[in-house]
Structure formats: C-alpha cells, structure tokens
Design a protein around this ligand. Structure first.
Ligand SMILES: *[C@@H]1O[C@H](CO)[C@@H](O)[C@H](O)[C@H]1NC(C)=O
Ligand SMILES: *[C@@H]1O[C@H](CO)[C@@H](O)[C@H](O)[C@H]1NC(C)=O
Ligand SMILES: *[C@@H]1O[C@H](CO)[C@@H](O)[C@H](O)[C@H]1NC(C)=O
Length: 779
C-alpha cells in the first residue's frame, strides 16, 4: 500500500492534536533566494541567512537553534524551524523568493523484492551491442554519477574498486564516516543529510537506520549498483536458483552517494522510507559542488506540484546550469492517466517496462490442468496435492466484504487456513505482507492473483513460504476451478528461468502515465527502461522482503519500480557522457529519446501489461537503446536559458527563476526545443518550432528528409521537409504545423482525448532515424 506523506500528516493531526499544534508552530520551512552570485564566502552566506532569522526570532539563540541548513554552493536558501507568522514575515522581504513548508518524498519502488539476473537487457539490446558501447565508453571510466537515495552498502562486491585508477583530480567531494563506512576508488564520495528528518521525528533511532551513508534499507544499494555497479558474475537468489550476472550500466564510473532517505519510526521497513525536501536540497547542493556529471534520483512525490513548490525540480534546475544530467523516476501510480512525477522539462523522466526473462512455475490443479505463474521464492512444497482455498473462504467473519480476498494482516483464520494453499488477490496491502499473513495463518503455500488493473504483469517476490504469482486471467481461472468443485486441490511447482519466447518489453502497469498536469505542453515520460524484476546489489542490513519477521540476508535482490528503471537510464547517460564529454544534458536526453525503440523483441508495437498497444504517455519516445544513442545523427539541444524562458510562461516563474529576466512575451511553452511534441489544445492550426543540431557523420553533406506518422485525423506538415547540413555542429530550424482534419472538427473525437503519432528525420544514407513522438488533443 502506498503510504502518502499527506495521508501520514493528516493521520498525525487527527490523532494527536496537541502534538500536531506544536508541530505546526515549529514546522520546517525552506526559505529560497535563488542562486548565489559567487561573491560571498561560505561564512558570509551563513551570516546572511542568519540575519534573516534574527529579524523574525526573539533571540540570537533562537535564530541559531532554528536553522537547519544553510545552502551555500549553488542553491541560495536555508531551511529553518519557523512559526507560520515568522514564515509570513520572512516572505515579505524583497530578496526572499519563496518561503514554503517542507515536504516528504518517497522512493519509487513497488516493494517487490526478489533475486534474478539483469545482464541480459530487454531483448532489444543484443548483449554484444551493449558490450561494444560499454567498451567505447571505456566502461564509463572517470565519469562521476551521484545517487540521491537511502545510502549504500559499501562492502557489496558490486562496489569493489579492484583495478580502478586514481580518483579524478576534479573531484571535490567528501566521505562521511561512522558505522565503519569507508569509501574507495569506486565509491569516491558519500554524505548523509538527516537534519530535516530529525527535526520532524526527533533523534534517529539507530536500530532503525545507520547514522552514516550506510544503507540499511536496500533501495540505495540497488539503484547505485544499477547505475555503476561492477560486473559480478554468478550471483544468486536466496533460494540458490535464478543465477545471473549483476552489472551496472557503467561499471567503471565513479559513484558519489547522497543519503537523504531514512526509515520511518514505528513503521515496517517494508512500508517504505521517507526523504525530506530540505535534506534532498542539501544533498543536491553538495552534489553539484562536488563535481558529479549525472544525478540519479529514484524519488518523487505522489501528487503533482507546480515547479516553485517542487524541490526536486528546483534542485535539478541548479544542476542543469552546471550541465549535470538529472534522471528521475516517473513514479509508480499507474495505470491511471496523469499520475506522473518529475515532469520538469529539464529532467529526464523514466517509465518502467519488462525484460525478456521470467521465472515460470506451474500450478497443478486437482482437475489435472496446469496454470502458469512466476516465482522466485526459496521454499518448496512436498510433492503432493494440498487443499486449495480462496482467502475469502478462510478469512475471519469480521473482515470487510471487499477485503476478504486481500490477505491483509490478521485477516485469515488459522483454524480454517492451516495446512492449505491459500489464494490471495492483489489490490490493497503489500505483496510480501500477504505471504506473511498466509504463513502466520498456517497456510503451506500461497498463490497471489493479479487484479484486473495489474493485468498480466508479474512482480516476483522472495516470499516467506512456497508461493506463486499469477496474472489476472489465470487468477480468474483458478477461482473458477475453486468454485467448480467440492474439494479443490493444488500443488505449486518450482520455477525455471525462461528467456526465450518471452515477449518484451511491455509497459509495467504501475508505471506512472502522462499527460503531465503541470506541463501539458511537454510530452512525458521521456523514455522507458527495465523496471520489472531487476536484480541488483542489496544491503546487508535488510531482509529481501524487508519484513521484520524475515531474518534472511542476501547480497543481491530483485525489485520492481520506476526506481529501478531510472538508474538504467542514468547509467546510459554516464556512458554517453564518457563518449561525448562536450554534450549538454539536453543533448544526452535527446540522443536517448530519438533513438528509442517502439517495437518489442517480436517486432510488434510495445504493449501495456494487458496486451493492448501502449502509447507515448506510457513510454515517451519508447524503450531506450543506449548503443544507438551514442550516434543519434541529430540532437535537439536546449540550455538553461531555454528552460528559464519556458518557466517564464508560468504565473510563479519568479519563484523558480528569480534572477532571470523574463521577456514580456516569452516563447510559447510548446516551442521549448524538446525531442517530443505535445499539443494539448489543438484548435484551427498550431505551429511548433524546433531546431536540430548535426552531430552525425562529418565526411560530406548530410541530407535529412522529414517523414511523419500523424495521429489519426490530424494533419502534420513539416517545413522545410528537407534539411541539408554542410558541417558538424550546424543548426537548422523547422516548423511542424498541426491541423485537425475536417471530419474530426465535427466532433468524432472527444475534446481532450489524446491522439498519438510521431515524426522523423531520416538521412539520405539511411543511417539515422531521428524520431520524435507526438501527442495531440483537440481543444
Ligand atoms: C528503536 O527501534 C526499535 C526497532 O523498531 C524499537 O524496538 C525501539 O523501541 C526503538 N527505540 C526507541 C527509543 O524508540
Ligand atoms: C473496499 O471498500 C472500501 C470502502 O468502500 C474502499 O475504501 C476500499 O478501497 C475497497 N477495497 C478494495 C480492495 O476494493
Ligand atoms: C495565473 O494567474 C491568473 C491571474 O491571477 C489566473 O487567472 C490563472 O488561472 C493563473 N494560471 C495558472 C496556470 O495558475
């Protein structure tokens, strides 16, 4: 179950009014000034920030003790405990850009944990190809990737520095100590940020989390090793099967760890962790100054916030100014539309899809039929048939009618469930928690059936008893069998790892969808990458299910979420940075997007988890193909100034780019030079402008021809239809004119319903296909 920060807050306010009011009085606010001019020393900056606090606090002592962070490098601002009145007073100062209450964010896993092999990428990306790219990029050597997460487990083999050269001289970061944490030539920097967390929850309970960059959650080690973990062959699951090689995208890149996410007191670790805005801003500010090249953040909010109140977006905008690629997860709130996190056009926003590997196991039913599911649990049943029941048949009578099949904690009656295989359904509660409940009630095994919304997408888990997960169709088949006979019986077999015949990728149902509520004129997400059942390093401080009753320890674990797909793309960005050190962050994103795949490994269009054709609000430009991205032909470039001009279209632009002079009539937001096009309100004709830069072959003239696959009923005209480049680095502009065909104008397609297509620039030598997705809705 997703535990939204807002709900948590409301919960506190309801239950403990006296505590709540004291909280309100002393809430943390972020006071933002924009950016530093570069003229003040660190001490002068801190004094300057203090002077604001003195102006609203009674005593100097109060002012000192209320300050939580003074951001000194790129971000100009501070975080402090303030009353609403003090916050209001501060916001009245001319120099103050905004004063906003802090927020809690969370990481983007779907809380599925298990073990597998990721080395094979999704069928689209031949292993040989990928290796070639990695060799060309010298394994990402000397590129520095920052990871904003729950820290790292430095002893993992994935972070070994064996054979790595000296740390790049430009590195300015540091390594925080504590809890035996040590950096090496792989993890070259590690810091932790906890002051925001502690001012909310009080001093860290050190049995819950480590007061150091050490990761005792697992999430941070998993994401960091996916970006830049070493290649570790033959790693295995808890059960000892599903062996594979674990490897990050850029195995020789350096890692800089910024721990900003912490365990929540009084809550199961399996329910997730929390990341406070003021801690994240402090981490991003240091990361920019330390000298990272790519920032990977698998973190987001559950609700859309305008950019002035979106602290990841604010921090990322500072990073972009230093040409750092910022790659973020799109969120796990799909399959509903408009659920996307991290919509800012200066961020690379990543959706999640499947890989071509499954762990197939049969469920044998008493009627002689077999149903296929997936599992990686380490436990197995004795070789005989067991009584099979659905949870509703063995639930306590006081369980809410619509929850009887959910196997929520305490819902099953051990007197009825003991010795049986229990079938539970997804919908509410943690998947691994349902397994735990079945075990608690004495079940010998359990089957986890997808709800309709989950479709056929299976996230496998290291369940605490023999288990199998089945898609929606098979779940219905099993329920039908149970209802059809007096003595239903079943046996759960062991899994085999299957690569062949697996159609991949398909979009994960959980992957958050566009259109973006905040920026409807930017098509998001940008790209999709593997995020279902991903194997990577794990923390020695957490069990694979993160349930407190599970005491197993594993070195590698499998997780699902856009948290897992984001670091794949971060790793690709590291490789591209190694090959093209002079490319801007926009150029790297453009290359990744315009070379993406729209088809799966069977040559058919990428689908969703139910087999329906997926669209760009699910996968953006498509599935990433890092090898192709190294040589994209043309790129859509954009600078900090372009993003600032984009922001000028927003009412609150002064709070986002306070020192930027917005022209009276900024370019329309749809004209930001983005590698995709969204037209949210087409009426009459809409003309969009774009500029491409030639980064392709330099030997002779390059001629590119425009082609388009327009959305049904929309005409798309590109002018000029031919671009001729005489040299590398040359820029050419063109327009795209959108017009609804007459039959659409008369109302065949409802207003606001999106139609999709794409356009491409193809060169005369047939080497490059520079493709951009299109989404159009009628006004
Ligand atoms: C710290 O956490 C542990 C484990 O959850 C718990 O048993 C203990 O009571 C906590 N200590 C405090 C002081 O809250
Ligand atoms: C069950 O019903 C309650 C109240 O009507 C609702 O909040 C909850 O989401 C439902 N649960 C499921 C799994 O449908
Ligand atoms: C911008 O401000 C104007 C005037 O206050 C308001 O009417 C409009 O809805 C605002 N637009 C957005 C996108 O918030």
């Amino acid at each position: 179950m997703e535990y939204s920060p807002k709900f948590f807050f409301a919960f506190l306010l309801l239950l403990i009014p006296s505590f709540a009011s004291s909280l309100q009085q002393n809430q943390v606010y972020i006071v933002y000034f924009g950016e530093h001019s570069g003229e003040k020393t660190a001490q002068e900056i801190e004094e300057h920030h203090h002077s604001y606090l003195y102006s609203v606090k009674d005593t100097e002592e109060d002012a000192r003790s209320s300050l939580i962070y003074s951001y000194k490098h790129s971000i100009n601002g501070f975080a402090a405990k303030l009353s609403p009145e003090e916050a209001q007073k501060l916001s009245e100062n001319d120099e103050v850009v905004s004063v906003l209450p802090s927020k809690q964010y969370s990481v983007h896993t779907t809380r599925s944990w298990e073990f597998v092999g990721i080395e094979r990428s999704p069928g689209l990306e031949g292993k040989v190809d990928k290796d070639e790219l990695i060799v060309k990029a010298r394994y990402g050597k000397d590129v520095i990737a920052g990871v904003l997460d729950s820290g790292v487990w430095p002893e993992s083999e994935s972070f070994s520095d064996e054979g790595m050269g000296p740390i790049p001289k430009r590195w300015k970061g540091a390594c925080a100590t504590g809890d035996n944490f040590k950096c090496n030539k792989k993890i070259i920097g590690a810091r932790f940020y906890i002051k925001g967390y502690e001012s909310y929850y009080g001093p860290l309970n050190r049995t819950l989390d480590s007061y150091s960059p050490r990761d005792v959650d697992g999430h941070g080690s998993h994401t960091a090793s996916t970006v830049a973990g070493r290649r570790v062959p033959n790693v295995a699951s808890a059960g000892g099967f599903a062996r594979g090689t674990a490897s990050g995208g850029a195995p020789h890149a350096r890692l800089a760890i910024y721990k900003v996410c912490w365990a929540i007191p009084g809550q199961e670790k399996s329910d997730g962790n929390t990341c406070f805005a003021e801690d994240m801003l402090a981490g991003i500010d240091d990361a920019i100054n330390d000298g990272i090249d790519v920032l990977s953040a698998s973190i987001g909010a559950h609700e859309p916030y305008e950019y002035y109140y979106d602290f990841i977006a604010i921090g990322a905008l500072h990073a972009i100014k230093k040409n750092i690629v910022v790659s973020c997860s799109a969120g796990n709130d799909g399959p509903k539309a408009s659920t996307l996190s991290n919509p800012a056009p200066w961020i690379l926003t990543v959706g999640a899809s499947s890989m071509d590997r499954t762990f197939v196991a049969d469920i044998h039913l008493g009627n002689g039929k077999k149903v296929k599911g997936q599992t990686i649990t380490a436990y197995k049943l004795e070789n005989k048939m067991y009584p099979l029941v659905r949870a509703a048949q063995v639930a306590h009578s006081n369980v809410a009618k619509n929850m009887t099949d959910q196997c929520l904690p305490g819902s099953l009656d051990p007197k009825k469930a003991r010795g049986k295989i229990v079938m539970c359904l997804r919908g509410a509660g943690l998947r691994v928690g349902k397994g735990q409940e079945a075990k608690r009630a004495g079940a010998v095994g359990f089957i986890l059936g997808n709800s309709k919304a989950n479709g056929e997408e299976l996230s496998v888990d290291a369940h605490v008893l023999p288990a199998n997960a089945v898609g929606y169709k098979n779940a219905m088949r099993i329920l039908k069998y149970i209802d059809s006979t007096k003595n239903p019986k079943a046996y759960i077999g062991l899994a085999k790892t299957v690569y062949k015949d697996v159609t991949a990728p398909f979009m994960a149902a959980f992957s958050s969808r566009g259109p973006s509520v905040i920026s409807p004129d930017i098509l998001k997400p940008d790209i999709t990458a593997p995020g279902l059942n991903v194997l990577a390093a794990w923390s020695g401080g957490a069990s694979p299910t993160k349930l407190s009753t599970d005491h197993r320890r594993v070195k590698y674990n499998v997780l699902s979420g856009t948290s897992m797909s984001c670091p794949h793309v971060s790793g690709a960005a590291v490789l591209l940075k190694a090959i093209h050190p002079d490319w801007s962050s926009a150029a790297i994103r453009s290359a990744i997007m315009t070379t993406a795949a729209l088809t799966n490994n069977k040559g058919h269009p990428i689908t969703d988890a139910s087999g329906n054709e997926a669209d760009p609000f699910q996968f953006g430009a498509g599935h990433f193909r890092p090898t192709k991205a190294a040589d994209p032909g043309l790129i859509y470039d954009a600078s900090y100034e372009d993003y600032a001009l984009y922001v000028c279209n927003f009412n609150n632009s002064k709070k986002v780019v306070p020192h930027f002079h917005c022209p009276k009539k900024p370019p329309s937001p749809g004209n930001l030079n983005y590698p995709s096009v969204a037209v949210p309100k087409l009426k009459g004709t809409v003309v969009i402008k774009r500029t491409v830069t030639n980064v392709g072959s330099s030997t002779s003239n390059s001629i590119y021809f425009a082609t388009a696959k327009p959305p049904v009923g929309i005409s798309v005209k590109i002018s000029p239809p031919i671009l001729i480049f005489k040299h590398l680095g040359e820029k050419k502009s063109f327009t795209i004119t959108f017009r609804a065909e007459p039959e659409l104008e008369v109302g065949k397609i409802p207003k606001g319903e999106y139609l999709f297509g794409h356009y491409s620039w193809n060169d005369a030598n047939n080497v490059y296909d520079v493709r951009s997705p299109i989404a159009v809705a009628l006004a």
